[in-house]
Design a protein around this ligand. Structure first.
Ligand code: SF4
Length: 390
């Protein structure tokens, strides 16, 4: 049976953080009950697809998934399990949670409801930084929540951190990393703060109220994260992710390795049978469509070969292990050499890609991933065989 990952989007948040451009909304809590009912309807609409697949993972993202009552999360997990043709042995069921609103009771209920892995949006252990990020939780809540999740019996517990905040010092970032290690999670994700267009933070930068962090400092912070986390027993397996052995995210691996996933919920993206699609973004419109018996998909397209190749390469290069060029040929029928040989050679010469049979970014190259992805896309567009062009 063909494998499938399932992503479930929960768009509710207590406040909308100033830096966030996700499909997330504050102040829509009154819609929660109808939203869960709509999600269950979408699962039912997808019964035929789910019935022919082995579900390997279910991931709740957002937004803030634990803004939904734990009973609702359990009901959604149960519905997906019931609809799936099979559930893989040890299937991962993960959930992103806000440390400030996660109580022991809720953690136990989520665990009993089948959630196996939880990851907390800690972001920082510094009260001023949390305020800057509009996060309402305290450093103390973050430090305590990992232990509480362990106590509730989660198989994997993770925390997310953000670095490169305006005004954040190198020492301040190091202190965050040390606090993260002291909390002893199984998994740590580190993301550089990006100033996303259209966000309140971008407006503050434009008005000159906030000065973005210096690029070289941000690069040093990334390098320090790698050194400190590796020394503490966390192995980097993806550009932004470190894990204790056996605790890598299986769900996210599906995204990075061209696997198929069903997206459910407002604005969720999916990739099934070679088609990429996106559900209706606004929760209210999404609910109304499902209540009226209509489908949830707002847009879909089948990527042309150049786009598919470029996405494949960009995502595989996010993995520290890189990829075997034979896998590219097996997927597209074209040798990597023929599709992107000169640009790969150029990056190898410049030390951005490692030497050796696998194609993978060097430690220095990890900071240049976006640049590498763009250059690969440009090369593919200009030089790919005519048959692959849109
Ligand atoms: S809690 Fe997360 S999803 Fe919600 S607004 Fe803040 S950053 Fe965005």
């Amino acid at each position: 049976m063909k494998p499938l990952a399932v992503y479930v989007h929960i768009p509710f948040c207590t406040v909308k953080c100033g830096y966030c451009d996700f499909n997330a909304y504050a102040g829509l809590h009154t819609l929660r009950e109808r939203y869960t009912a709509a999600l269950l309807r979408e699962v039912a609409q997808r019964a035929e697809l789910l019935g022919g697949r082995e579900v390997r993972s279910i991931a709740f993202g957002g937004g803030t998934p634990n803004e939904l009552p734990a009973a609702d999360i359990s009901a959604i997990v149960a519905a997906i399990r019931a609809a799936a043709g099979a559930m893989a042995a040890g299937a991962e069921v993960s959930l992103e949670a806000n440390p400030g609103i996660t109580g022991a009771g809720q953690l136990h209920e989520l665990r009993r409801g089948g959630v196996t892995r939880i990851s907390f949006g800690v972001q920082s252990f510094d009260a001023d930084e949390l305020r800057f990020l509009d996060r309402l939780h305290s450093p103390e809540a973050s430090a305590a929540v990992v232990g509480a999740a362990r106590h509730a019996g989660f198989e994997s517990v993770g925390i997310d951190l953000i670095y490169g905040l305006p005004g954040q010092s190198f020492a301040g970032w190091e202190a965050n990393l040390r606090r993260a290690v002291a909390a002893a999670p199984d998994h740590i994700s580190c993301y550089a703060l990006t100033i996303e267009e259209g966000t309140p933070l971008a407006a503050r930068v434009e008005r000159g109220e906030v000065t973005p962090a210096d690029g070289d400092l941000v690069a040093d912070m990334y390098e320090r994260a790698g050194d400190l986390l590796e020394a503490a027993g966390y192995r980097q397996y993806e550009l932004s992710n470190w894990a204790r052995p056996g605790h890598e995210s299986r769900h996210n691996r599906t995204y990075w390795t061209d696997g198929e996933y069903l997206g459910l919920g407002a604005g969720a993206h999916g990739y099934v049978d070679g088609v990429r699609y996106e559900d209706i973004a606004h929760p209210r419109t999404y609910i109304e469509a499902l209540e009226a018996g209509r489908g949830a998909v707002a847009a879909h397209y089948r990527p042309d070969d150049i786009t598919a190749m470029s996405d494949w390469l960009a995502l595989r290069l996010r993995l520290i292990e890189g990829f075997d060029p034979g896998d590219f040929k097996a997927r597209f029928g074209t040798p990597l050499e023929a599709a992107a040989g000169p640009v790969i050679a150029r990056f190898r010469e410049a030390g951005v890609l490692d030497a050796g049979p696998r194609a993978r970014l060097s430690p220095r190259g990890r900071q240049l991933h976006s640049e590498v992805a763009v250059q690969l896309l440009v090369h593919l567009r200009e030089h790919a065989p005519a048959a692959a062009r849109p």
